[in-house]
Each structure stands twice: as structure tokens, then as C-alpha cells.
Design a binder for this molecule. Structure first.
Ligand SMILES: [Mg+2]
Ligand SMILES: [Zn+2]
Length: 367
């Protein structure tokens, strides 16, 4: 009874409903109905409220203000100004780990720009590219959903976005092995636009699993951090074209070659790769290969990682056995294997990719 009154006062039921719809009931009630914390929690300031979840500085359970005396992690992409204590975060991760592994899944955190898409603001497009887009718009109509031979170009907000070839297949296949979170240092509105573009039917990532710049303001602006992901690091693979932002999670990282569709003509343009293509795909009127391109090869590697993680003799013994495994070790093994491919094998692989790119260009030139 006392509990119910408190709920009404603090609006906890309302939050519970909302969080349940976002996180599932089990986790949501875990967050909001946590009663007491252990006495041995060193992070606690004496006399502060004993609860782990806050909206802004205000405790969701007793309403007490923390005034910044308790260290929390921001989960603003899940719920506005939701801050959760590390201990509670780890408890949620434990629950999630069981759910994840019992479905034979791992977690993939994937970057947007230069990994899944290439976007250029309108004012940053080169005169060539503007002309190119104008011509293509003419050819394919004015709805800008140009599903042409060269892939898919979209006008979104004040920019143009080119989806990386094979991206939809990649997401479809990867989502059978991984729960997927998008993580971008771009702004929230852009991140959501992109998630809708990549996943129009909401099959691969729910809205709440889209992490953007605004969601990380309490953290280092130029870095990405797995603190804001509700999964244990040992089940997370990170796929990104930029190594520098993942300094703290190098062993989780699966770096992919950056995708550059539009041309770079201004010196301010930053390309993470040391050797950007001299001519952009738009200048070549071509595109990266789909079936033999970067995303297809990345998918192959993710398959190997997934397989190596799960397909072990211990499958029959039950899920607890996966609990001790670390996907970071598996990932490093798979990446090392790739490194040790003979020069000849690599050359052959590259030849295949270039050939496909070239074939596309030639085909495109005759469009
Ligand atoms: Mg990127
Ligand atoms: Zn409290």
C-alpha cells in the first residue's frame, strides 16, 4: 500500500509503463523497483538516498535530489535524462546477458558515417556532385528515393545520403546473430533519420538502441564508450571505420574500410583512412561492390565470430557455459587469421573486389 502511494506521488507507474515499452517489463521494473543497495557500496556518500535510478538528479524512487553526489551513467537515448548507477547497470547487463545468450545472439554496436552510409551536407557537396545529383534526380524522378543501378541515394534534411552497397542485406543477416545498436557522434535527429532509412520497418534496431552525440554529453565528446551500452563488454563487437574514437575499447573493435561516395574537395574534410580514394565513387559514376564489397566481407567475419563463440562442444551443457566466453578474444583470433592470410590470397581477394567495382563502373558508364 505504502509502495502504491509512493508510486502515485512519483509517477513511477507512468515511468514503468514507458520504460517497459522501451526495455521490456523485466528490466524496467528492475530499474524502478530496486529497493536497497548493499551496505558495502563504496561509491555512496553517507546519508544519500540508497536508490540507483535518477531522472536528472532526482531519484525515481524517493524523489531525493543527488546534487551530483552519486556517480551515474547517462542513458538518455533510452529515456530523457535517465541516469543509472554503475552497480545497477551491471545488474541489468547480467539479465541482458542471459537473454542474449539464450537466443544464441551477441551484440553489435555499429557506426553510421563511412561505415553504413556516406552523408554530405548540401553546402559541402562539390559542384561536380551537385551536378551529378541533379542529373540523377532527372533520370529517376523527383521523389529522391533513387533506387537505381548504383544503389540508393536519399535526400535527408539538408544533406544527401548514399547507403553503402549491401547494407540492407548486411543488417538483415547480422541481426540474426546480433542485437544491433547504432552509435554515432552525429546529432540525434540525424541518427534517427538514418535508422529509419536503414531499417524502415523497425526490424533490426528499435529507436531506443540509437546512440547519438546528445546522449553522451556527460562523456568525452570525441570518443565513443561502451559505458552507455546495456550489455557486458565481453559480448559486444564494435564495427566502425574510425579507430581513434574507440581508444578505450580496442579489443572490441572490428575496423572496416571507410566508405566515401561523395567527393572530398575541401581541406577541412576529414577522412579517417590514410589513403582515401583519389576519385570518389560519384566521380567514377560507380560504386563499391555489393556481394564482394566491404560489408559482405565484414558479414563473413561476423559469421565466423558468432560461430566460434557459440559452436563449441559445450552447447549441450547449457547457456551458463557461454557466460565465461569473451567475444573480444574470439574477434581478435578471427582478425589475426585474416592478417595471416598469404599475400597471394589477399591479392586475389582484392582483385575480385576491384574487378567488381570496375565492372560496375563500366556498366554505369553505359547507363
Ligand atoms: Mg564513421
Ligand atoms: Zn532514492
Amino acid at each position: 500500500m505504502e509502495q502504491q502511494q509512493l508510486d502515485e506521488e512519483t509517477g513511477t507507474n507512468f515511468r514503468l509503463d514507458l520504460l517497459s515499452s522501451l526495455l521490456g517489463q523485466q528490466i524496467a521494473s528492475g530499474i524502478l523497483n530496486y529497493n536497497t543497495i548493499d551496505d558495502d557500496d563504496e561509491d555512496r556518500v553517507p546519508n544519500s538516498c540508497p536508490h540507483p535510478v535518477f531522472i536528472g538528479n532526482s531519484c525515481t524512487k524517493c524523489g531525493q535530489e543527488t546534487n551530483g553526489t552519486i556517480s551515474t551513467i547517462p542513458f538518455w537515448y533510452i529515456y530523457p535524462r535517465l541516469n543509472v548507477c554503475l552497480k545497477e547497470v551491471n545488474r541489468i547487463r547480467d539479465t541482458n546477458l542471459q537473454r542474449l545468450l539464450s537466443r544464441r545472439k551477441l551484440h553489435l554496436v555499429v557506426d553510421l558515417d563511412h561505415t553504413l552510409v556516406h552523408t554530405r551536407k548540401l553546402y559541402k557537396l562539390s559542384p561536380e556532385d551537385r551536378n551529378f545529383l541533379r542529373l540523377r534526380s532527372k533520370r529517376y524522378g523527383v521523389d529522391y528515393n533513387l533506387a537505381g543501378e548504383l544503389g540508393t541515394l536519399f535526400q535527408v534534411g539538408d544533406g544527401w545520403t548514399k547507403l553503402r552497397p549491401f547494407v540492407r542485406e548486411f543488417l538483415r543477416e547480422a541481426s540474426t546473430m546480433f542485437d544491433i545498436t547504432i552509435y554515432t557522434l552525429g546529432c540525434r535527429a540525424y541518427a534517427w533519420d538514418m535508422s529509419k532509412l536503414l531499417d524502415p520497418d523497425g526490424m533490426y534496431f528499435d529507436n531506443w538502441r540509437v546512440i547519438s552525440r546528445e546522449d553522451c554529453v556527460a562523456l568525452d565528446k570525441h570518443k565513443k564508450c561502451l559505458d552507455v551500452v546495456l550489455e557486458h563488454e565481453r559480448v559486444v563487437v564494435v564495427m566502425d571505420d574510425n579507430e581513434a574514437v574507440w581508444e578505450d575499447h580496442k579489443t572490441n573493435l572490428f575496423k572496416v574500410t571507410p566508405y566515401n561516395y561523395f567527393s572530398y574537395f575541401s581541406p577541412e574534410d576529414k577522412v579517417h583512412d590514410a589513403s582515401p580514394p583519389r576519385l570518389s565513387w560519384s566521380q567514377l559514376n560507380g560504386d563499391e561492390s555489393g556481394e564482394n564489397g566491404v560489408l559482405a566481407m565484414a558479414l563473413d567475419k561476423l559469421r565466423l565470430v558468432h560461430q566460434a563463440f557459440f559452436d563449441d562442444n559445450s552447447t549441450v551443457k547449457g547457456i551458463e557455459d557461454y557466460g565465461n566466453r569473451d567475444v573480444r578474444q574470439v574477434l581478435q583470433r578471427v582478425l589475426m587469421k585474416q592478417k595471416s592470410l598469404s599475400k597471394k590470397q589477399k591479392k586475389q581477394q582484392l582483385k575480385k573486389i576491384n574487378y567488381n567495382g570496375l565492372a560496375r563502373n563500366l556498366q554505369a558508364a553505359h547507363l
